[in-house]
Design a protein. Sequence first.
Length: 134
Amino acid sequence: LTSNKFWEVLVALKLGHKVQSEQAKHDAVDAAGNMYEYKVAKGLNWSFQDISSEVLRKYLADKNIILASVDKDELVVKKIYSADAKKVVKLLRSKLLEKRKRYLLLGKEIRRKQISLNPKDLKSLRAKLIYPTN
């Protein structure tokens, strides 16, 4: 069990999802068979690494992208947001294109196709806070 998978299990317990194995294409599934991608962060910045067309297509098969904020010292899930997968993919593509343009202007090549989502992005995605529920 990797550290990341451990946190996915804790998030899944809060949401009533079943975590998939490390080899599965999707991180979790709900009782209705909907698939989810999980991103877990210590704060409110979630990293999407090694973004490729194949990875983005995989995300499009997910119902939502789950963005969890955790306290790794206290072993607590603090907040969980849910964002529409299609909106997330559109934003990731846009951010990656902007990054390519910036690097091109600097005469550099992108080594790692990594993009982060932040609180401002949560608003533009209209992500819903699903945990804690008030």
